[in-house]
Design a protein around this ligand. Structure first.
Ligand code: DAK
Length: 258
């Protein structure tokens, strides 16, 4: 697929990068942007050379939300027919670890997109918010659910009901982001984290990601059972043998992803 709203590139081995690129609209997530994002995520997910994905926008905006200019005249049927939700679901189903590198605005769908990722590296200029209430609606891609789980009811309720943004430091204090770094270094920091993740055994990373995410959709008992099965499953991989032998032999493991 030819991309017009995003760019994809790979500067480091094992790491697939996606840049949302609609500078005139603060990277608003238009329908076309979502179609391209799904394609980029699925392409990287299917590529065995890629072990971690980094998504970012520009210094000014990660993404200022869904494209309001595409929604202002839409009715319920149009919104249902566009079936945007299925695209968000497809992104959520990415099996490889995904890191969001966020600078500037991450609002509405932009904030929701960061929360679909597994880790968030924020620049000190990042601002997170769910301002949908200011335009007469409410979050529609997980904002009321994932934000509440990430930052707790008090702050989520305040953000969703007032539309106010929080700073990167507030987001860090609330547990929404992994770290905050000066804006000059946020991409470097995100890629350093991605390199660390990409150096691990791919199947273990995939099942570990799946297991952590399971904690958000099941009981503790169900989650522990899920975790246990994934743990046992890794004992039938070549990488488990390699990882443990390498430890015993005091050498660096070489992963096959098998
Ligand atoms: N959509 C379209 N255009 C946008 C945009 C957006 N969300 N945000 C900014 N822009 C455009 C502006 O219209 C402006 O374009 P021109 O007028 O120059 O043509 C350009 O980007 C620069 O924006 P500003 O001039 O406004 O820049 P400022 O620095 O003054 O202000 C701002 C920055 C981020 C505070 C402001 O632009 C703003 O408030 N933007 C809107 C933020 C917002 O309300 N976001 C939430 C949108 S609703 C769904 C899944 C998800 C969603 C919905 C459904 N399904 C699964 C069904 C998500 C919904 C949303 O995200």
């Amino acid at each position: 697929m030819e991309y017009t709203c995003i760019k994809t590139y790979s500067l480091h081995p094992g790491i697939g990068a996606i840049q949302i690129h609609r500078p005139d609209a603060l990277n608003a997530l238009s329908l076309q942007t979502m179609i391209e994002l799904v394609d980029a995520f699925e392409t990287y997910d299917a590529d065995s050379a890629i072990r971690c994905i980094v998504i970012h926008g520009s210094k000014k905006a990660f993404a200022a939300g869904a494209d309001i200019k595409e929604m202002d005249n839409a009715d319920t049927v149009t919104m249902l027919e566009r079936d945007q939700f299925s695209r968000w679901e497809r992104i959520r189903q990415t099996k490889k670890p995904v890191i969001a590198a966020v600078s500037g605005f991450a609002l509405g769908g932009g904030c929701e997109l960061t929360m679909l990722c597994d880790m968030i590296v924020a620049s000190d200029t990042a601002q997170f918010g769910q301002p949908e209430i200011n335009i007469g609606v409410m979050p529609g891609a997980g904002g009321t659910q994932r934000l509440t789980r990430a930052v707790g009811k008090a702050l989520a309720m305040e953000m969703v009901l007032t539309g106010r943004m929080i700073s990167a430091q507030q987001a860090f204090a609330a547990g929404l982001v992994n770290r905050v770094v000066p804006v000059e270094y946020y991409l470097e920091e995100a890629f350093a984290l991605a390199k660390d993740v990409a150096a691990k055994a791919p199947l273990a990373a995939r099942l570990a990601k799946e297991s952590v995410n399971k904690a958000f959709s099941t009981t503790l008992e169900g989650g522990l059972e899920f975790e246990r099965k994934n743990f046992y499953m890794l004992f039938s991989t070549a990488d488990q043998k390699e990882g443990m032998s390498a430890f015993v032999e005091k050498r660096k493991p070489e992963w096959q992803g098998k």
